[in-house]
Design a protein around this ligand. Structure first.
Ligand code: ADP
Length: 478
């Protein structure tokens, strides 16, 4: 099949979260499986262009309403070709996402650029695979503005929702910038008369298929509690909503071959894990003490991730049980301050590294004993999957992809790979941390937990096949 991927992130060039990892790995899998795949992403000024050879391919003008842009395409890639859209006026902002008044135009430009690229290359996609609000207008664009272009005569569209809470909601005054002015009736009418347009909703309404990144999240987003206002629309399309867990690129994330950690190890020989723990603590200036467990956190620091439970629960647990906690992340100032205060209160036990640092993320996965993800909601979650692979026992709230991948530890049967708490409250987190500490005190139990996790396979070779199945099914709808 010919598959066009359009997205706002791509690891390692532009990443704020899991979306970037998926856009790097899923097209690579599809390419290996014999499909023709094109990937189109923005060339932000933050992209490190020394990471690859960027070959200029062609230039074009783009008009969005009254706004005129100059666009250059650069091609990279030895696997599936990746096309970067260079437009400093839009993508030169020092960061990936902004709250600037032209945020909608930045990603409209990306979507139009992807269509122009197909036209220039004579690439007729069987599937246009859009991701999140930044590319969610593509299904509608193909069905309206480009409906007469024979290149798209057979194209079917798939929208993957990586996080329903980011919707791209803008004032309806941006309408003319979509170049869809004459067909404004295509936008959701009630919302339009309330003065808004919502890009993700348009995708939900127009995409031929909808997937999200775990089976549990696929159900959750159809409920009022987790539907972020779109649950009714998703319920109306329930037969097209499919949950597919993200895979892991084990070429990047495996303790056997990870080039970013000082000591490699495997399930058969965990010696290197303990050495990584020492290296981790040393690099962060914390004392290493054998048999003292280290908990890790690597995360965007946003309310979704549930760290509001840390301040009321952790100080007492740290004081009583003496374990250590290493935290890597940045985000909301209130959460950054909370972790800074925790570090000041427990200087020998807690280290908070504020920032985004890929090699430290790998070292935490490798060196920590347990990994904390108390997310309020979690569409898929990648870090618990990485943790399982690295023998780092996940402690999570039972929600979304966490519920689908972490199985509760049962000491009597020796089954399970981690700890889940049911209700997102202080008692839940406290219970889960105490249960993990109790298991850690028994080396045989902990070994079994580690082995159970490391034996699991969430590779793209498995998950990618499910996407192929969805593409196939959409194709048959022609
Ligand atoms: P989300 O997409 O909601 O941020 P995921 O768990 O799906 O959450 O993916 C997070 C990805 O981003 C993982 O690859 C994780 O290692 C990475 N990540 C998050 N925060 C940081 C950070 N501060 N430094 C390095 N990597 C990070």
């Amino acid at each position: 099949m010919n598959v066009l991927f359009v997205a706002s992130e791509l690891a390692p060039f532009a990443k704020t979260g899991g979306l970037a990892d998926v856009i790097a790995a899923l097209p690579a899998y599809l390419h290996r499986a014999g499909h023709q795949v094109l990937v189109v992403v923005p060339l932000y000024d933050t992209v490190d262009v020394s990471k690859a050879h960027f070959e200029a391919v062609f230039d074009t003008d783009l008009r969005l309403g009254d706004h005129q842009y100059q666009i250059k395409f650069f091609r990279v890639g030895s696997g599936p070709p990746i096309f970067f859209v260079h437009c400093p006026a839009l993508f030169g902002r020092g960061r990936i996402y902004t709250s600037d008044s032209d945020e909608h135009r930045r990603f409209l430009a990306l979507q139009f650029a992807a269509i122009i690229l197909c036209q220039r290359m004579g690439f007729a996609p069987d599937i246009v695979h859009a991701h999140d609000w930044q590319t969610a207008l593509l299904p509608m664009m193909i069905k309206t503005l480009f409906a007469r272009d024979p290149l798209f005569a057979k194209t079917r569209s798939l929208l993957t929702i990586h996080n329903l809470n980011y919707q791209g909601s803008f004032p309806s005054a941006i309408g003319p910038d979509t170049n869809l002015g004459s067909v404004a009736h295509l936008f959701h009418n009630e919302l339009l008369s309330a003065g808004r347009v919502n890009f993700l909703l348009q995708g939900v309404l127009y995409a031929d298929g909808i997937t999200t990144v775990s089976p549990t999240y696929a159900n959750e987003i159809q409920t009022e509690a987790h539907g972020a206002g779109l649950d009714g629309f998703l319920r109306a399309r329930r037969t097209t909503v499919v949950g597919i867990l993200n895979g892991v690129d084990y070429g990047e994330w495996s303790p056997e071959c990870d080039r970013l950690i000082p000591h490699r190890y495997s399930a058969a020989d965990l010696t290197g894990k303990e050495l990584n723990k020492q290296a981790l603590l040393e690099s962060l200036g914390l004392p290493y003490q054998p048999r003292v467990p280290v908990f890790g956190i690597v995360s965007r620091l946003v309310s979704q991730k549930g760290f509001n439970l840390i301040a009321p629960v952790m100080p007492e647990l740290l004081r009583r049980h003496g374990f250590q906690l290493v935290v890597l992340g940045s985000g909301e100032p209130g959460l950054e301050d909370m972790f800074s205060r925790l570090q000041r209160a427990f200087p020998r036990q807690v280290c908070f590294y504020r920032g985004f640092k890929n090699d430290l993320a790998h070292l935490i996965e490798a060196g920590a004993d347990a990994f904390l993800m108390p997310s309020v909601y979690e569409p898929c979650g990648l870090n618990q999957l990485y943790s399982l692979r690295y023998g780092t026992v996940p402690i999570v709230h039972r929600t979304g992809g966490l519920a689908d991948t972490v199985r509760p530890w049962n000491p009597s049967s020796g089954t399970g790979n981690g700890f889940l708490f049911e209700h997102h409250d202080e008692a839940g987190l406290r219970w889960a941390v105490l249960a993990a500490l109790a298991a850690y005190r028994d080396p045989a139990q902990w070994q079994t937990l580690i082995q159970n996790g490391m034996a699991q396979d969430f590779s793209w070779e498995v998950q990618g096949k499910l996407y192929e199945w969805v593409y196939q099914r959409l194709g048959e709808g022609n």
